[in-house]
Design a protein around this ligand. Structure first.
Ligand code: ATP
Length: 356
């Protein structure tokens, strides 16, 4: 990527026999909110710590703004890190916590105070400078930790599950706030999370990781609508999978024999996956499935579970011969457990993936 501001060049990190990060090679743009997303142990924290300078890569180079930083210690890099356990000093007040990192900056006291005021306004705690840190709520403390990282005006802010310790409501409020702050200050954010909803709602782009490898890098919509492999499709949202074999292609429609699920159609399948005989995986999102209509595919099944969720219902539909029930998210669904239903979806809704 030519416009990369942070360049991760062929980075591998080994801990003994464990490959925590395996040949990561990508760029992060200036001003981007970029997330590293994946299950526990996939290597996202290790990758972040290498960008920060807390870990040294076994192989590869890291560049920030065109300069190699691989051999620089954390305090010599143009980045700052916010940790999950907000490391603020309970015995200092809010202003002193925020100003802590400025003490050796060479700035005058007036300049330091101006910066602290600016940071307090940024995190929307303008009148709390004198409050002791141990008198703050969890969300307020996390905002102070954020302000402390921002007060040095780093070019890059690295955030390791910074909202992990907060309860759900506070976490959601902070997600919106953090995104707003990032937009306002225009700093490049690299954000580590295992929470896919959090990553989808906040990020410009996301790198999905698994077992040390980066599987796909894309914007949230592309990850959801065009995952490039089973693991990404499975990790982001809910997905139904059907194993099948390509029968043939006519025009832009590829026909797939999916055994008990019948013959299924998909539009614009990649050339590499469309040759007759290719074993593929056909994936369909629950909300793309319609009940009781006949489209390009129609499957008869029985509702095995139904959950009413207000504007939407989630159904599990069992189809004879299929191992897993099919997940359907439907609006205004009135079917109860036991009802027979027919399922269909458009060829456009089918995503064809390689079978691993
Ligand atoms: P989590 O969300 O649980 O923090 P993660 O995706 O951030 O997980 P990492 O912490 O980067 O994962 O760990 C990746 C792999 O490297 C894991 O298998 C982990 O056990 C291993 N690992 C991480 N740090 C060390 C270390 N200092 N020594 C040995 N192994 C390590």
């Amino acid at each position: 990527m030519d416009d990369a501001y942070i360049r991760i060049e062929n980075i591998t990190k080994r801990f003994g026999a464990v490959k925590a990060v395996d040949r990561a090679d990508f760029g992060i743009r200036r001003g981007e909110f970029f997330s590293l997303l994946g299950p526990s142990g996939c290597g996202k924290t290790t990758l972040l710590r290498m960008i920060a300078g807390f870990e040294y890569p076994s192989e590869g180079e890291i560049y920030i703004d065109g300069a190699a930083v691989t051999d620089l210690p954390p305090n010599k890099r143009p980045s700052n890190m916010v940790f999950q356990s907000y490391a603020i000093f309970p015995h200092l007040n809010v202003a002193d916590n925020i100003g802590y990192g400025l003490r050796r900056s060479g700035l005058s006291k007036a300049e330091r105070n101006a910066r602290i005021e600016e940071a307090l306004a940024m995190i929307r705690l303008p009148d709390m400078g004198n409050r002791r840190a141990d008198q703050l709520s969890g969300g307020q403390r996390q905002r102070v930790a954020l302000a402390r990282a921002l007060v040095n005006r780093p070019k890059v802010l690295l955030l390791d599950e910074p909202l992990g310790a907060l309860d759900k409501r506070l976490r959601e409020a902070m997600q919106i706030e953090l995104r707003q702050i990032q937009k306002n200050v225009g700093i490049t954010f690299v954000f580590v999370t295992h929470d896919q909803e959090e990553a989808l709602s906040m990020s410009d782009r996301i790198a999905v990781m698994s077992s040390g490898q980066v599987l796909q890098i894309a914007d949230p919509r592309t990850l959801y609508e065009k995952p490039n492999c089973r693991e990404v499709a499975d990790f982001i949202g809910t997905m139904n999978f059907f194993e099948g074999t390509v029968i043939g292609t006519g025009g832009d429609i590829t026909e797939i024999d999916a055994g008990a699920a019948g013959r299924l159609q998909a539009r614009n399948v990649a050339v590499a996956l469309s040759a007759p005989g290719t074993e593929v995986l056909l994936a369909v999102r629950p909300e793309k499935i319609a009940l009781n209509t006949a489209n390009s595919a129609s499957l008869i099944g029985r509702v095995s579970a139904a959950a009413y969720l207000g504007e939407r219902s989630h159904l599990q539909v069992s189809v004879e011969g299929l191992k897993n029930p099919i997940a359907v998210a439907a609006q205004m669904a009135t079917q109860h457990a036991g009802a027979q239903v027919s399922l269909s979806w458009a060829a456009d809704a089918a995503i064809v993936l390689p079978r691993e």
